[in-house]
Design a protein around this ligand. Structure first.
Ligand SMILES: [Zn+2]
Length: 412
């Protein structure tokens, strides 16, 4: 999954499940790997059902058994466990403050990645770690920026880079005295360079080997020739050495060098989320400059474009600064929807029903990304959720946090 709306939905679903807490140890999480026989799983659940009869607390016992029964009923609809396995969450979720208001809720999903092992967990909350692991952005690039003065080890994941380690060197600067002492000095210097490369290699191995499978590549860069000597000298573990995809000359070291490396390695990083996001936002701004009729921006324009089926791609900032609110008159049931800036609450204070004049209402906040995402699904638009803590995130924020590339020009 990349930065698409599906990923956002999946993360949101996990968050929702996370908010559900049972009164007792009575929420069941069931992870079924692909290839497992449905009949065997049902048999396993029947055993758990029988064991649950030992639970002392009467209501907990009833809730656990009802949950198991619901899962069995649901599993019977499957002749075969789907390709990636199946994950089921089921349990009695309190609907109010009092004991006894619980209702059995069940969620069955076919996960985006294969379930690795069979797990049955009964706890007061759902066991979500394997799902969270699936939702995590995995594609990553290892970055090493260095010269003889020191090195930085960084990781580019999703739309962000993170510095993992700094390695300093204690190499004396070259000096020009001749003769015997100069030769000895050179030898000492060479030893220290070697020692520094070795330490840098060890640190890089420590940082990258544990995530070897997730690394799409390692990119080295820096001023001078130290970066080449480092790569040629095989200071990296052989498994990482194989992953080095480029070695790029830079003007800067340290964090500035890391940023320079990311820019210069653009071609290699094209598949990364970072560049996909950047490219999408750039496309919007390029169109704005040349064919502004092919872009809609701001929540109202984009909403209209989606409703008319004119939007082809929609870019939404992950923390878009607007929210959608549904208002319902408590007296006559009149309904309206409003889009407000997140920092403005006051507007609603003077709300008055246009039909009956009542001032009492119920309101409900609608997740705006979900709202736009659903509109997009209905009209065949692609929805992208853009990270907010980047340069292009900031550019998108300047357009109200949402923009759409249109299928055809809609304005003069
Ligand atoms: Zn009313």
């Amino acid at each position: 999954m990349s930065l698409t709306y599906e990923r956002y939905e999946f993360k949101k679903f996990i968050k929702e499940l996370k908010s559900k807490v049972g009164r007792g140890t009575e929420l069941i999480s069931l992870y079924i790997p692909p290839g497992r026989n449905v009949y065997d799983v049902v048999k396993y659940l029947r055993d758990e059902y029988d064991q649950a009869s030992n639970i002392k607390d009467k209501l907990t016992r009833k809730n656990v058994q009802s949950a198991i029964e619901s899962i069995i009923q649901r599993l019977k609809l499957y002749r075969k466990i789907p390709e990636n396995g199946l994950v089921v969450f089921c349990g009695a979720i309190p609907q109010g403050k009092d004991r006894g208001t619980e209702k059995i809720e069940i969620y069955v999903i076919e996960p985006p990645e294969p379930v690795r092992s069979f797990q049955y967990v009964c706890d007061h909350e759902f066991y979500l770690e394997p799902l969270e692991e699936m939702a995590r952005e995995k594609k990553a690039y290892g970055l090493i920026v260095m010269d003889r003065g020191g090195g930085v080890i960084a990781l580019l994941r999703g739309s962000n880079y993170k510095i993992l380690n700094w390695v300093s060197s204690d190499i004396p600067p070259k000096h020009s005295a001749g003769g015997q002492s100069q030769r000895r000095f050179e030898r000492i210097r060479e030893e220290r360079v070697h020692d520094f490369f070795k330490r840098l290699g060890i640190r890089a191995n420590e940082a990258f080997l544990p995530i070897e499978d997730e690394l799409e590549g390692i990119i080295i860069g820096g001023p001078g020739d130290a970066r080449e000597k480092f790569e040629e000298g095989n200071f990296l573990d052989y498994r990482l050495q194989k992953k080095v995809v480029a070695n790029i000359p830079l003007s800067y070291t340290e964090e500035q060098g890391v940023r320079e490396l990311i820019i210069k390695a653009e071609d290699l990083l094209k598949e990364s989320t970072l560049y996909k996001e950047k490219t999408l936002v750039e496309e919007v701004f390029r169109l704005l400059a040349r064919e502004s009729g092919k872009v809609a921006y701001g929540i109202h324009e984009v909403e209209t474009a989606l409703m008319n089926g004119a939007a082809e791609k929609v870019l939404i900032l992950e923390d878009i600064p607007v929210k959608k609110i549904k208002i319902r008159c408590s007296q006559c049931g009149y309904e309206e929807q409003r889009i407000l800036r997140k920092d403005r609450e006051v507007l609603l204070k003077d709300w008055k029903c246009p039909t009956c004049g009542a001032t009492i209402y119920e309101s409900e906040e609608v997740d705006i990304i979900e709202y736009l995402g659903e509109l997009g699904k209905q009209t065949g638009a692609e929805i992208f959720v853009i990270s907010s803590d980047t340069e292009w995130g900031t550019q998108l924020r300047a357009l109200g946090g949402v923009a759409a590339v249109l299928r055809y020009e809609t304005r003069e």
